[in-house]
Ligand binder design. Structure first.
Ligand code: AP5
Length: 248
């Protein structure tokens, strides 16, 4: 999700350590941990793409033609209830995206893999070193750890301007004027899965299906854990330092 302009400024001013070849980077963490926020900073600092399966699926969900197909309906149902979309569909989307030229120096996978099956699939793709799955460097994983209370406030408080994409949070960074965007006075919207009930289900899904993925990469090594409960630029420092260390 987009971050507010003031936050973006602070983040992009962060002096990024040099990393010629970032390779494949996984950002792991619960809903609202800051995977998307930090991925965007890495993308801009190291000129590599952010591949967010959540964003790709939201694109499909919001497409008036695709969303009414049986597949589109499956995606809507899963996302709106806090469950996962099928492994096969997400894997195909990731494979298509990794085949694009801009992944040659590396990429940040945000929100994938989310099941052990997806992790095994990804490991196998990378091990084959097929030309279309670029960068032969081993995958590194950074887990962004945030407390339950903070996760809940970050997600259920999140609002976005549908017109300019500026992000707000009703708890931490409310708009000046009720529920209107400070920039263009458009009515802010809430992600359908950011309600308290769906957030609780997303967290349950994370605990049962994605925690084993974290343990999988921890056991493989090339893994770091970062405290994501700090200010955004502090988290950025820690994530970047961890990546550079894991790549050295
Ligand atoms: P997805 O979009 O990936 O959602 P998520 O993992 O639940 O993550 P969020 O986007 O809510 O949080 P985030 O960790 O990216 O944090 P963010 O940076 O946005 O997935 C949505 C759905 O798609 C899934 O539920 C599932 O149905 C489906 N799906 C996706 N991938 C799938 C897969 N692989 N397999 C199957 N199904 C899949 O930050 C959150 C908020 O906090 C923002 O407002 C931000 O500004 C704020 N914030 C971030 N960092 C900080 C900080 N340090 N301090 C203060 N505020 C902060």
């Amino acid at each position: 999700m987009p971050v507010a302009a003031t936050q973006e400024t602070a983040l992009t001013e962060h002096a990024a350590p040099h990393l010629a070849m970032p390779g494949p980077i996984l950002l792991l963490g619960a809903p609202g941990a800051g995977k998307g926020t930090q991925s965007k900073v890495l993308m801009s600092a190291w000129e590599i793409p952010q591949i967010s399966t959540g964003d790709i699926l939201r694109g499909l969900r919001n497409d008036p033609e695709k969303s009414v197909t049986p597949l589109g309906q499956q995606v809507c149902t899963a996302m709106d209830s806090g469950k996962l979309v099928s492994d096969a569909l997400v894997e195909q989307l990731v494979l298509d995206r990794l085949a694009q030229q801009d992944t040659a120096r590396g990429y940040v996978l945000d929100g994938f893999p989310r099941t052990l099956a997806q992790a095994t699939w990804l490991d196998a793709q990378l091990a084959q070193q097929r030309p279309q799955v670029s960068s032969s460097l081993p995958v590194i994983a950074v887990m962004v750890q945030v407390s339950y209370t903070t996760l809940m406030r970050r997600t259920t408080g999140r609002r976005t301007c549908p017109s300019c994409s500026r992000g707000y949070n009703v708890f931490f960074q409310p708009p000046k004027n009720d529920s209107l965007c400070d920039v263009d006075a458009t009515e802010l919207v809430q992600r359908p899965d950011d309600t308290e009930a769906v957030f609780a289900e997303r967290l349950r899904t994370y605990d049962s299906l994605t925690t084993p993925v974290v343990e999988h990469y921890r056991a493989l090594g090339r893994f770091a854990e970062v405290d994501g409960g700090q200010a955004m630029d502090v988290v950025t420092h820690r994530v970047m330092d961890a990546i550079v260390r894991l790549r050295s």
